[in-house]
Design a protein around this ligand. Structure first.
Ligand code: ZN
Length: 165
């Protein structure tokens, strides 16, 4: 079982809770678009879920790789390394660790997912109907997490101790 104190960021929606590992929190923190010429950071989320599928733990993320591309306001994840990490985690954990969504940065203090972001979230969800997925958007002062509720993409509520990353 994951150790609770190692997951300082917790978000809830609709009875589903996601816990973000401290190591992941620090990685996301480092990618904040604080410099005016910084590009978007992005990657996939990997972690485990409880048997009830009500509790999730995000333990690993990927970060931009050589075959990806990005601008200040866009990114395109196309390096095979993202899927390779997902496959490797799945094998090494005997299927415990799976793909749980994506993250990317915005050059906004309080980030808001765009319409294009939400369309992309729906495409990811359509490929993984057997689990909840999470979408982290990292702003310069706050981090937001979205998930699907009913037919819509909704913001999750922060319940952990850390109010901003
Ligand atoms: Zn975005």
């Amino acid at each position: 079982m994951p150790v609770p104190s190692e997951y300082p960021m917790q978000y809830e929606l609709n009875g589903v809770r996601v816990n973000i590992h401290e190591r992941v929190r620090m990685q996301l923190h480092d990618f904040r678009q604080i410099d005016l010429d910084s590009f978007e950071g992005f990657g996939v989320l990997v972690g485990s879920k409880s048997t009830t599928a009500k509790e999730y733990w995000i333990d690993k993320i990927t970060t931009p790789m050589p075959d990806d591309s990005a601008t200040r306001y866009t990114f395109l994840m196309k390096d095979a390394g993202h899927q390779q990490l997902i496959d490797r985690c799945f094998e090494e954990s005997q299927g415990e660790e799976v793909y749980l969504g994506t993250w990317h940065t915005h050059p906004q203090q309080v980030p808001v997912a765009s319409q294009d972001d939400k369309l992309d979230f729906f495409r990811c969800i359509a490929r993984n109907m057997n689990r909840n997925l999470f979408f982290i958007v990292v702003g310069t002062e706050q981090t937001k997490i979205y998930m699907k509720k009913g037919s819509r993409i909704k913001l999750m509520e922060m319940t952990g101790d850390i109010r901003a990353t």
